[in-house]
Design a protein around this ligand. Structure first.
Ligand SMILES: Cc1ncc(COP(=O)(O)O)c(C=O)c1O
Length: 489
């Protein structure tokens, strides 16, 4: 059992602090099924708390089905989560159905600096501009703003997006733009339109966690292709295409989540050549395209696509307003109509009020200034994160400095805790991150962590990384080579 820290001056009742920390240890695998918990009296004495607090904590965990008491023998970890339902144990953390939600829930403890999420800086969300856009739309359009919208999307917004992507070099007409519920729905619609149950979907390994979730619920098989500093490895891709004949290649060529890599122009061209040769569509995910802070990235794949092999998905979640759920998918010809039908079946249409407000905001031209401010802040936060990583993380830690996006992808030293092992200690020290295995198709990546530096100002980034360094040292002191796996209690 890991160390338990009880704050007697906390507003959180003591029994809840204890139950929460034990739950974390069970979910992380630090306490495994069959492990025996100390008798209530012993634990109370050790933690210098009342026995009733321990009894209450145990009883809560028992209600949740995490532990079971056997009279005369003691209280044991069961590992089951009968009552809380749906939660997952860390032993299964690589499975796609262990969602980010579980991580986020753990990180949402008071005082924890969470680098775990996927959101852009909240203080940059243009709330006032949105309020005024919504009011203007309601005054201007009345009931039409809250009636059903076309399944394909609000026509002026489609026109506005087609104009924008044309400026990126994509040949596009407003009719080619399908408005979706965030980029997530764009990816999901493409998978639904192109793949059937049991089909193979090629993706980078590691990849965007949300795509693994889609593959899981749509029952398609993600086939991971490793990445190098230039993104997807095309030599491996060719072998996979020969062997598996997948129905779709999913790729995020610009500021890839989680690794941050940018695929250079020559590899983008080669990738398209290969896709064309095997006649396999490419689903391009471009949600971070605008978030470069070290120069402009190469053009999107869709801008290089002469044969209509690429579907281009993007949206406004990472650059503007995640909660309005406005994304888009650009496709040509028959594919466009098929996608519109799948969209209609999924949710009839994306909310018209949000689309109209987004259109007004974009038409005002305010996005350019907004993006300049966001990029410059992201650069500062990225520098703070890299500096703090150099200062606080243990020797042997590796990372590439990102040139865009929200994330630092860090490889922990070969000696020491894995990302999952460190997690509970990290949360106890007040810092959270996303565990590398979550992003992998094959359960690998257990020494990687993804840190979203974008949501914290530089001083908090520094403090968060300091805590992470402390957590690593604390873990080593408790479980390092000499004492590894020796229980404290
Ligand atoms: C690579 C990638 N694609 C798509 C999405 C989903 O974006 P949205 O919030 O627009 O659905 C995310 C969000 O984290 C992402 O990182």
């Amino acid at each position: 059992m890991d160390e338990i820290l009880i704050a007697k001056d906390s507003v959180e009742p003591i029994y809840q602090q204890l139950a929460r920390q034990l739950r974390l240890q069970i979910e992380s695998g630090h306490l495994a099924p069959g492990d025996r918990l100390p008798p209530t009296r012993d634990l109370a004495r050790r933690l210098k708390i009342g026995r009733i607090s321990v009894v209450n904590a145990y009883s809560q965990l028992q209600d949740d089905g995490l532990i079971a008491a056997h009279p005369g023998r003691g209280t044991f970890i069961t590992g089951a989560r009968a009552k809380s339902g749906g939660g997952a144990r860390w032993a299964e953390v690589g499975a796609p159905n262990v969602s980010m939600r579980e991580l986020t829930r753990m990180a949402r403890q008071p005082g924890v600096i969470a680098f775990s999420g996927g959101t852009p800086p909240e203080e940059f969300l243009p709330v006032e501009a949105l309020r005024s856009a919504i009011n203007t739309v309601l005054d201007r359009d009345g009931a039409a703003a809250v009636a059903y919208e076309d399944a394909e999307g609000y026509p002026p917004l489609r026109a506005c997006i087609s104009e924008y992507v044309t400026s990126l070099g994509i040949q596009c007409h407003a009719d080619d733009v399908l408005i979706t519920g965030g980029a997530q729905q764009a990816l999901d619609l493409a998978v639904q339109a192109l793949l059937g149950e049991g089909d193979a979907l090629v993706t980078s390994n590691p990849t965007y966690l949300g795509m693994l979730d889609i593959a899981h619920v749509r029952r398609v098989i993600p086939v991971g292709v490793p990445v190098d500093a230039e993104g997807l490895r095309l030599d491996v891709l060719q072998n996979v295409l020969e062997d598996r004949r997948p129905g779709l290649i999913y790729v995020a060529p610009t500021y890839h989540n989680p690794t941050g890599t940018v695929m250079p122009l020559h590899r983008r061209r080669q990738l398209l050549q290969i896709a064309r040769r095997y006649n396999i569509p490419v689903l391009e995910d471009a949600v971070y395209h605008e978030l470069g802070y070290a120069g402009a990235p190469p053009p999107p794949l869709k801008a290089l696509d002469e044969d209509g092999v690429v579907l281009h998905a993007s949206g406004y979640s990472k650059i503007l307003l995640p909660g309005t759920r406005i994304g888009y998918l650009i496709a040509d010809g028959d594919m466009r109509d098929r996608l519109a039908r799948v969209k209609q079946a999924a949710d009839v249409c994306t909310p018209g009020l949000n689309q109209r407000a987004m259109h007004l905001y974009l038409a005002s031209g305010a996005l350019v200034g907004h993006l300049n401010r966001v990029r410059s802040e992201l650069r500062a936060r990225c520098e703070a994160a890299c500096e703090a990583a150099r200062r606080y993380l243990p020797p042997g830690t590796r990372w590439e400095e990102p040139t865009g996006g929200l994330y630092l992808w860090v490889q922990l030293p070969d000696e020491g805790p894995t990302a999952a092992e460190l997690y509970v200690t990290a949360v106890q020290h007040g810092v959270a991150y996303a565990i590398g295995t979550l992003f992998h198709t094959d359960g690998s990546g257990n020494r990687h962590i993804r840190l979203n530096f974008a949501t914290q100002p530089p001083a908090r980034i520094d403090e968060g990384f300091r805590r992470l360094g402390e957590a690593w040292k604390a873990w080593q002191a408790s479980y390092g080579p000499a004492v590894r796996r020796t229980p404290i209690l």
